[in-house]
Design a protein around this ligand. Structure first.
Ligand SMILES: [Cu+2]
Length: 107
């Protein structure tokens, strides 16, 4: 019992020390990524939600990530661990562009 309490306390201390990851949301609406540019910290997640009635993707221009096809109402979430700036597009509508900036120390 005492061990279990100690473990719980240690876990709480660890949780408090680490910055908690956030989740950002990008809506895909009217053939646009909204907002078109998002800045997050390394370890944060972004959810892409398709609000349109036709299919879209969120696909990194450098191929590092890809939501694949999202139908109306579908959501795709991804955690970004690597810092840097990545532009992305929709493979169905190549005129749709967005920018994702991931900030954090490089290791
Ligand atoms: Cu599209």
């Amino acid at each position: 019992m005492r061990t279990a309490l100690f473990c719980a306390a240690a876990l709480l201390a660890l949780t408090a020390a680490a910055p908690s990851p956030k989740t950002y949301t990008v809506h895909i609406r009217d053939d646009k990524f909204q907002p078109p540019s998002v800045t997050v910290a390394a370890g944060d997640a972004v959810s892409f939600i398709n609000d349109d009635d036709d299919a879209h993707t969120a696909t990194a221009d450098d191929g590092s990530w890809d939501s694949e096809g999202l139908n109306q109402g579908q959501k795709w979430s991804h955690t970004f661990a690597k810092s840097g700036k990545v532009t992305y597009h929709c493979t169905v509508h190549p005129f749709m562009h967005g920018t994702l900036v991931v900030q954090g120390e490089k290791k």
